[in-house]
Design a protein around this ligand. Sequence first.
Ligand code: ZN
Length: 322
Amino acid sequence: MSGLTRRCVLAGSAAAAIGATVGGAIAAAPPVGKTGPGIYRYRIGSYELTALYDGIWYRPIGQDFIRNVAFAEVEHALDAAFMPHDKLTTPFTTLIVNTGQKLVLLDTGTGGQIAPTAGMIVANLAAAGIAPKDVDQIAISHFHPDHINGIKDKDNNLIFPNAEIMVPEAEWAFWMDDANMNAAPAAMKETFRNQRRIFTDIAKQVARFAPGKEVAPGIVTLAAPGHTPGHTVFAVHSGSESLMVLSDTAQHPAVFARHPDWQASFDVDGQETVVTRKKLFDRAAADRMLVTGYHFPFPALGHLVKTASGYEHVPVEWQTTL
Ligand SMILES: [Zn+2]
């Protein structure tokens, strides 16, 4: 018998003994079968932030997942992170910033249009006490479907009817260009078509910003190209505190923070992705900045530590008071 098994048996005996002592007070409870809402609230200076879990997608991967290393090496990394070999664990976390004047949503989630296990933003907003109509502004990091599809529901209705939508102008220029769509490989054409579904009929309502633009007071944009040409990260500043919103600078940190040189098949420019990732991660590690990543494990918040071969993500502790 292993030590673990023996301990379980001993604990079971102890519980049985206690139950006997108190006269059978241990009642059987039916399983609940679900978890609580995916909300995590924290402060940056006077701003109140709400991380909203949209769900998770187990994205199928294969030999071509990482362009610049053999898949055996990728499998080794997935093993080290207790992840399956044939899927990339891809959670989605969007962020509401309450500046005191405005509710700003950074990226919109999947709109329930990527995987049956994602599309929980509206339910989690409700659990957070926020109505979609109260969101004043949406700022988009880049045009991949898991970031923009939550602008609309499946029937093409706006989910956040009063929100001003702000997008990186370099994203618009690249993805909304029909010549780029026509030249793209077949698999990528679907991405272009999806962007037209989301944006074409609301184009006049979509504001385009250049890197460096402060989209709302204290929310500054920075160019972070590579993953897509106009991929953008956000720095949120209030008082003496700051947060770096890394968007898709790295997807799951157990894969891409530990292996910052890896170029994923879904990066439009793999080399540029790596340069951008290292620049931002070096800065976050050196300045001990709080960071959040769209595909980091919920609540997607923590710090980055530089290691001999890459970076390690150190998650925050759950907090009971703000
Ligand atoms: Zn993404």
